[in-house]
Design a protein around this ligand. Structure first.
Ligand SMILES: Nc1ncnc2c1ncn2[C@@H]1O[C@H](COP(=O)(O)OP(=O)(O)OP(=O)(O)O)[C@@H](O)[C@H]1O
Ligand SMILES: [Mg+2]
Length: 469
């Protein structure tokens, strides 16, 4: 058990760090000048000098690859790549070279069979050269994974320095922030468990190497689970007088508490979390079926179903850059400029005054092109939502949680709310940014802190400290 904890939500585009500085202090997001609490997970490696120079976060985000600089924007993906499946010992090329068909063709073209023998030897020598003395072929994926893991250690080291800087600015508490352990939020497929995903170990090793003390019992948590806890508790950590977790107050006596207290009338509960991120859209159903007497130990009872689709706001960005002819803008938008484009063009339906262009783009004049990009993006996300939700067995009490930067785009959010009802589902409450109450169904309007920082806040929750149960 830890009385205090940091939680890192390592996003593929943005990393968020939350702190719970005391058992009953609210979890809070750490922030920095210029970037608020969303730190770009970007790393730039400048190889132009004799020694490679690394830049991270906002400093790296504005750089572009080329001329000796490598910019890594989506390296989280490589860390969590599944282990490569055992490769067949014989490659298709070797099979072809050793086939009778090739010999027949050789005869047809008048190639002496001895030359085919040389060709076979050449390929086999090339293979052992690439594979090294052990003869193991190093796949492109495992090379990427090795690079990404090395990058991770550097990134977390830098993040630790920034975190300590941010903590030093907090109102003085006399706390030794360096000793506070860390928990990291990882994709649900790499969560804690018997068949641990190798990405989980790689991330923990990188954190350890970077000097972060790991949480003694639960150093990792699944992103969507942490997200649901962050949104449902609003980062509140409450203990009862007896020093035990006060679930009721932490969850503001919400639907989950109703189910926990009265399982006869509320036999099942589900939080459906849809996180529209930069590179992936993640769907998770957290289902809870209480058994028998009222339980106040939800954590062990949650069942997780998950799907991660490699499609997110960065795909919309690509289409939008083409539609708005960004390549023709005299001054190319920086990373900060582009976040303004996302905000005003995607979310507010307003245009953006591109520097040097002398006109507004993405406004009414470009409405048709913008709408076409938004509709295509929305359609894909909605179709994926239907595909995930339709087969789910209905739960008695369901809440819908829409998070990630993409959920702030009104058309996306509206389409998600409709698609999530696939298979006749209903929700007692919806949590999402900028919601308006329709037909008396309770809504919880999430601000930016919970839309984007929910996983970090939830991961820092006392909910994950079993010592208080
Ligand atoms: N209001 C908004 N309108 C449009 N896009 C937005 C808005 N706010 C944030 N975004 C963008 O949404 C994207 C996703 O942000 P988020 O913080 O959810 O990413 P992430 O967690 O790093 O991604 P992933 O979940 O894929 O790892 C980013 O590109 C962000 O700039
Ligand atoms: Mg995310």
């Amino acid at each position: 058990m830890a009385d205090r904890v940091f939680c890192i939500d390592f996003g593929s585009a943005y990393t968020k760090v939350a702190l719970r500085r005391d058992p009953t202090a609210d979890s809070e997001l750490l922030s920095w000048p210029n970037i608020d609490f969303c730190v770009p997970s970007t790393i730039a490696v400048d190889r132009r000098g004799t020694k490679a120079k690394l830049a991270f976060g906002d400093e790296a985000a504005g750089q572009e690859s080329g001329g000796g600089i490598d910019v890594h924007r989506n390296w989280k993906r490589s860390v969590f790549l599944a282990p490569a499946v055992a490769r067949p010992t014989q490659s298709p090329l070797e099979a072809l070279l050793q086939s009778d068909d090739l010999l027949a063709l050789a005869t047809q073209y008048g190639v002496p069979h001895g030359q085919i023998g040389y060709l076979q030897q050449m390929v086999s020598s090339a293979k052992s050269l690439i594979g090294g003395p052990g003869g193991r072929i190093i796949s492109a994926e495992s090379q990427q994974q090795t690079i990404a893991t090395a990058l991770a250690a550097h990134f977390f080291h830098w993040l630790r320095q920034r975190t300590m800087e941010a903590c030093a600015k907090l109102p003085t508490t006399g706390l030794k922030f360096e000793d506070i352990p860390v928990r990291v939020a990882v994709p649900a497929f790499a969560k804690d468990g018997d068949d641990s995903h190798p990405g989980r170990k790689l991330i923990l090793d990188a954190l350890d190497k970077a000097g972060w003390p790991l949480h003694p019992e639960q150093p990792v948590v699944a992103e969507p689970y942490a997200n649901a806890i962050g949104v449902l508790t609003k980062g509140a950590n409450v203990l009862s007088r007896n020093g035990r977790l006060n679930f009721s107050d932490m969850f503001s006596k919400g639907p989950l508490i109703t189910v926990l207290k009265d399982s006869t009338h509320h036999p099942s509960y589900r939080a459906l979390v849809i996180d529209v991120g930069a590179f992936t859209t993640d769907f998770t159903a957290l289902t809870f079926k209480p058994v028998g007497v009222p339980v106040l130990m939800p954590d062990s009872g949650f069942e997780l179903q998950e799907k991660s689709v490699p499609f997110g706001v960065s795909d919309l960005d690509e289409e939008m850059r083409l539609a708005l002819k960004v390549s023709e803008w005299p001054v190319k938008p920086t990373w900060t400029d582009w976040t303004k484009v996302q905000q005003s063009v995607y979310s507010e339906g307003k245009g953006y005054r591109a520097p040097g262009l002398g006109k507004v783009v993405g406004g009414p004049a470009d409405s048709e092109a913008v709408q076409a990009c938004l509709s295509a993006f929305t359609k894909r996300i909605a179709d994926e939502t239907t595909a995930f939700c339709e087969p789910l067995e209905p739960a008695f009490t369901q809440e819908l949680i829409l998070t990630g930067g993409g959920s702030s785009i009104p058309v996306v959010r509206d389409a998600l709310q409709i698609a999530a009802k696939a298979g006749g589902k209903t929700f007692v409450k919806t949590h999402a940014p900028d919601l308006k109450r329709v037909k008396g169904i309770p809504v919880d309007k999430l601000d930016e802190q919970f839309t984007r920082g929910g996983s970090a806040l939830g991961g820092a929750s006392i909910y994950f400290e079993k010592g208080y149960y």
